[in-house]
Design a protein around this ligand. Structure first.
Ligand code: XMP
Length: 517
């Protein structure tokens, strides 16, 4: 394992990504993490960048025990300054902040830049820089403005660089990281998805033991499906998946999930047919947050009573109790809860499936908590999960209830579902589904005048939304080809009773959000 200490840089998670891409397992921890708490000895440590200046009173510093481990250390940007601050160098503010491309020259033969040539393009983003290097160190790289762009202490295997190798703007950055983690640290490149499945199955079997049982909620999304498949491989039908039909899933979705999970993937699945209950609770409600609350609370209620029912049924059959709750938590959620967020950072615990009550007294089991989304998709592919499901766009828990503006009635659900179905079908046909990060149709609670044949119509409006994004925090609207929009619009107006107008949403996030509610 490579340990990455996070000093709050926006790029910290990218270091983790790059090291994993090299096939090396690594973990990110807050920079203030206590080395004594480490359950393993890392092969090497990477110190990330960060927004602080090492001399600020409030700036974070790492546990000095890092130096006692005797393993190689690489400091990136703030990480370099932290090394200098700790080991007797000097750091000072630059005359002007350096941000953007720079060319560095390699000025001494060294292990970190081995095989990368005499100069390279790099990405800089810093306000401070080194003024004096610590004793025992030498300069290995410089730029026109930064005389200490890279330093090393070969004897102690400590390296520092002023630029960011983890971003794609540093083209040879990944090779530099390979030099560090593989050659200098001697880490093994054995982090593959199939080895992950084997290890995880063993871990789950040991954790759950021979009789205890596990329950989990599935939604038809890739995370809960992959997590469920791993559980099934590990403990068979001692894992119980529950799909709560909340009446606001997409057209035919419940049936499709049942078919894929139960019949193709052999997952022990129970579907609760509770659509009517949800819809009756949503009657007369128009406020988006109220809709979310009602759906969330009703979900928890039903899931808990289902868990109780299955537990009692299993005990009657002479089988073990349900002791664990499966959650599809991913690594970005874990990072989010451990990242260093400032001098007064408190660590928050993340609840992916919001709102399940503590008194369910179930222990959590999170097979995906070390993985990024694309790793989960890759896992899905090697476990032969339908690619439609593996590449499915994210779908909000409150479903199309927050895509039906105004009251959610069975009739509005019908219209929104049919329109969305046609929309998604057409973007798949046009080969655009995987280029788009998220697409859906929303139903507006306004009527407009139209004409059909010889008569006047007065019907509702469907808005088509499609966005491109990597993190869903910001998003650009997708430039949908006109011929595709044309086809979708004409199909929706012709096939979906109650709609006479289709519009395309051209708003970015921010200031708009991706969903309409
Ligand atoms: P917004 O609309 O905030 O959405 O730009 C960002 C991402 O979050 C999803 N989303 C939700 N997911 N429950 C969920 O599980 C919710 O209440 C919810 N609201 C928004 C949205 O689909 C998008 O991917």
């Amino acid at each position: 394992t490579i340990l990455i200490l996070d000093f709050g840089s926006q790029y910290s998670h990218l270091i983790t990504r790059r090291v994993r891409e090299l096939g090396v397992y690594c973990e990110l921890q807050a920079c203030t993490y206590k080395i004594d708490d480490l359950p393993y000895k890392p092969k090497g440590i990477i110190l990330s960048g960060g927004p602080y200046s090492v001399y600020d009173d409030v700036s974070p510093h790492m546990d000095k025990k890092v130096w006692e481990l005797g393993v190689p250390v690489l400091g990136i940007c703030y990480g370099l300054q932290e090394i200098a601050w700790d080991l007797g160098g000097e750091v000072a503010p630059c005359e002007s902040r350096e941000y953007g491309h720079a060319d560095i020259k390699i000025v001494a033969e060294n292990k970190l830049f081995k095989g990368l040539g005499d100069d390279m393009k790099v990405w800089m983003s810093h306000g401070d820089q080194l003024k004096k290097i610590p004793e025992g160190f030498r300069v290995i790289a410089k730029t026109g403005t930064a005389p200490f762009a890279g330093i090393d202490n070969e004897e102690k295997n400590i390296y520092g660089i002023q630029f960011h190798p983890e971003v794609t703007h540093t083209p040879k950055g990944k090779e530099l990281l390979r030099n560090f983690v593989i050659d200098i640290c001697g880490a093994e490149a054995n982090w593959t998805m199939s080895s992950f499945i084997d290890r995880e199955i063993t871990r789950i079997r040991n954790l759950v033991g021979p009789t205890a049982q596990v329950i989990g909620a599935v939604s038809g999304g890739v995370d809960s499906t992959v997590a469920s498949k791993i559980m099934t491989l590990a403990i068979g039908d001692r894992y119980h998946a529950v799909l709560v039909d909340n009446g606001v899933m997409r057209l035919n979705e419940c049936e499709t999930v049942k078919e894929v999970l139960n019949e193709k993937l052999n997952i022990n699945l129970t579907v609760t047919p509770t659509a009517d209950l949800f819809l009756s609770k949503l009657k007369g409600v128009t406020d988006p947050e109220k809709k979310r609350k009602i759906i969330g609370n009703t979900f928890v209620e039903i899931f808990e009573s289902e868990a109780k029912r299955i537990d009692e049924e299993q005990v009657k059959l002479g089988r073990g109790k349900i002791e664990y709750l499966l959650q599809g938590t991913l690594y970005p959620d874990v990072i989010e809860s451990i990242s260093f967020k400032g001098p007064s950072a408190t660590i928050k615990t993340h609840h992916n499936v919001g709102g399940l009550k503590e008194d369910m007294k179930l222990k959590l089991i999170e097979p995906l908590r070390e993985l990024f989304k694309d790793e989960v998709r890759h896992l899905g592919e090697i476990m032969n999960i339908d690619s439609d499901l593996v590449w499915r766009h994210p779908f909000p828990g409150p479903g199309i209830a927050i895509r039906i503006l105004g009251e959610v009635t069975p009739e509005q659900v019908r219209i929104a579902r049919q329109a969305d179905y046609i929309y998604i079908e057409e973007i798949k046909k046009a080969g655009l589904y995987r280029k788009i990060s998220q697409a859906f149709a929303a139903l507006l609670p306004v009527k407009s005048v139209g004409v059909m044949g010889d008569s006047r119509t007065y019907e509702q409006v469907i808005v088509l939304r499609a966005v491109e994004t990597t993190d869903f925090m910001t998003a650009d609207w997708f430039e949908m080809p006109y011929d595709v929009i044309k086809k979708i619009s004409s199909r929706i107006i012709n096939e979906v009773k109650g709609v006479n107008r289709v519009v395309y949403d051209v708003s970015s996030k921010p200031p708009a959000t991706i969903e309409w509610e």
